[in-house]
Design a protein around this ligand. Structure first.
Ligand code: NAP
Length: 278
């Protein structure tokens, strides 16, 4: 018999791939989105019950981040409804090295619903589908924490782990920490993308206060500025996060995707050359 999966953020960076892979595995998938019927909106708890109706298992991606104020209350409320609806299993996407996110993990762990926690390092796709794309397109990336070494992980690998964890109960109760196979600094990232696209892209190290001011000058909303500040200071500013894990290999029995493979594939899509004369 087919299982019914609700994939929250089902049009987003990881959820899109999770939804596609589950469908390819002949499972029933409901995409959790503000623009689907029934709709799902983290900011409107009245939508949660309908979205969960008839579902067996749920992939939870929270917006914008489990570390933001209000996330804990939202996860508590959501897990209560999930339990009432008889959800059998949830997989929570969390952020590696985010203490606030770990409080949300505890809510899931103590909910009485079977679960797997997937704590991911920063995604490769932040440079092609998220906040670092615009500076790459502008040809000038200015970021703080220039010396930080980040073990970027690919959403292909995250989604494979999530699908395996959703479908296979041997992963119940596990916390997996996902990283890519090597560390990169921002300068190295920019260099790889510049080489693969044949474009000139400069990297300039700046201080966190200067970066904050730059975001404010560009009119970035204050809660987003808070989140970026948090991520740069708590996650990248913490040497304890400079760790490479082997959980992708443990779960999937294969090596994680290297950053260079991501860069090669992504460069071939043309996303880094849109509107740019090479
Ligand atoms: N990026 C990273 O490096 C990183 C690393 C570790 C952990 N994470 C965690 O990953 C999670 C995000 O997962 P993701 O990157 O796969 O997703 P994503 O790409 O950020 O998801 C974007 C989707 O979220 C939906 N969305 C936006 N606001 C919403 C709301 N109020 N209610 C419901 N849906 C909403 C939008 O879908 P619709 O428009 O269709 O509603 C959009 O397609 C975050 O919790 C973040 O902390 C990210």
């Amino acid at each position: 018999m087919k299982t019914n999966y609700l994939v929250l953020g089902g049009k987003g960076k990881t959820g899109r791939k999770v939804a596609r892979k589950l469908t390819e595995l002949n499972q029933n998938v409901r995409v959790g989105s503000r623009s689907e019927t029934p709709s799902f909106d983290w900011e409107n708890p009245e939508t949660w019950s309908n979205a969960l109706e008839g579902m067996d298992r749920v992939y939870i991606t929270f917006q914008p981040d489990l570390a933001v104020p209000g996330a804990l209350e939202a996860i508590e409320g959501f897990m209560k409804v999930a339990q009432q609806k008889g959800i059998k299993k949830v997989v929570l996407l969390s952020g590696k090295g985010e203490r606030e996110a770990e409080l949300c993990e505890q809510v899931v762990i103590n909910s009485g619903v079977d679960h797997t926690i997937v704590r991911a390092s920063w995604f490769n796709q932040n440079f092609s589908e998220s906040f670092f794309l615009d500076p790459i397109l502008a040809g000038h990336v200015a970021l703080p924490q220039a010396e930080a070494k980040v073990p970027y992980v690919d959403t292909d690998d995250i989604s494979d782990v999530v699908v395996e964890a959703l479908m296979n109960d041997k992963h119940n109760g596990e916390i997996y920490e996902l990283t890519g196979p090597r560390f990169l600094t921002f300068a190295q990232v920019v260099n790889e993308i510049a080489e693969a696209t044949g474009r000139e892209i400069a990297f300039t190290p700046i201080s966190l206060p200067a970066y904050t001011k730059m975001m404010e000058d560009f009119g970035v909303p204050s809660d987003y500025v808070w989140l970026i500040n948090y991520l740069f200071s708590e996650v990248l500013g913490n040497k304890a996060n400079e760790i490479i894990t082997h959980d992708i290999e443990k779960v999937l029995g294969r090596k994680p995707k290297d950053f260079s493979a991501y860069v090669k594939e992504t460069a071939a899509t043309g996303v880094w050359n849109q509107g740019v004369e090479v």
